[in-house]
Design a protein around this ligand. Sequence first.
Ligand code: DI6
Ligand code: FE
Length: 417
Amino acid sequence: MLPISLPGADGVWHNLHLAPGAWAGDTAEAPTALAVQHGQITWMGGAQALPAAFAGLPRFDGRGALTTPGLVDCHTHLVYGGQRANEFAMRLAGASYEEVAKAGGGIVSSVKATRAASEDDLYAQAAPRLKQLLNDGVCAIEIKSGYGLSLAHERKQLRVARRLGLDHGVTVRTTFLGAHALPPEYAGRSQDYIDLVCHEMLPALAAEGLVDAVDVFCERIAFSLAETEQVFKAAQALGLPVKLHAEQLSDMGGSALAARYGALSCDHIEHLSEEGIAAMRAAGTVAVLLPGAYYTLRDTHVPPIAALRTAGVPMAVSTDHNPGTSPALSLLLMANMACTLFRLTVQEALAGITTHAARALGLQDTHGALAMGRPANFVLWDVAEPAELVYWLGQQPGRTVVRQGRVALDTLGVVPQ
Ligand code: DI6
Ligand code: FE
């Protein structure tokens, strides 16, 4: 699926019903039309006010379709070898996530399969997953490493992530998660592995242009607060932004540490404390909610949504797609689950998969909301109202997806064949 083979979206898109919060800027009245030229939004407004300069462009009639910015999936582990349905069955039989991990399953079993796969194998396994997310309306996605856990294998994962973005015409932000788990060959030598991450892997991969951000799994079963800080220092020295898998299974104080390093986001945060919230608020760090992992692990500790809301910490929602704890491939389903399981409002859930998700990737100036001068990423939906977008479970409403200025999917039939 080469983007160049898709029809261009250049023209005037009119008769649109922009969802609340879908556009950036202070116009109180929702624009109903926008112009796309050379893949960029070059004008937005009421169709009556279309400047003469755009009058000659092709016209696409949205027929009143609800229109949102392209969706942003801001936390995924999309590139890995194999799958772990066996562990799903083990957990059903009563084993906890920690017990599965201690029994040699968990992240390390995906590490084995990832190391055994060639770059092309990994690409072939990840591409259908990416397509599934793209069909859901995703126009920007974060992809983490973390199943290679050595320089060569982490490089392989990150290279696949970059290739996926180029081949599918989608914005991919890569995150280096070398500190995801202790590789078996470093058993009992955690500090040696962190040294490798900080002094060899990260600098080499950053120099190759493969790293947009740096993440750590800060948890009892993964890396300590002190180890996390070493990785953050190494990232900071290279001028790379940080994020954190924080307070998923316990309150480690990771969020406050991440906030001190100006983290883009703290993710999971089921056990986030008041102090963590205050630190994130002060640093402008986004709270990324991952209801897919919460659901799969049959967690019962809900993230402190009301306190985050009161503090004004922006909340994003993501799939956390990974083979162990969240084999989820629909961002709209995650928005539904964020509402049902975490009690987000519809408006919060939609902001969570657009505006705030873009901020969690440092993409707030280009993605997550429609505005002049931004790349054309938007979706027209065959739904009657915004709530319908997050209401269905597993239904795919009709949609027309414009991604990077190309018509990537058009089940509404807006673009004449
Ligand atoms: N937290 C998670 O939920 C995933 N990674 C992480 O740091 C789990 C990844 C896996 O089980 O493969
Ligand atoms: Fe994750």
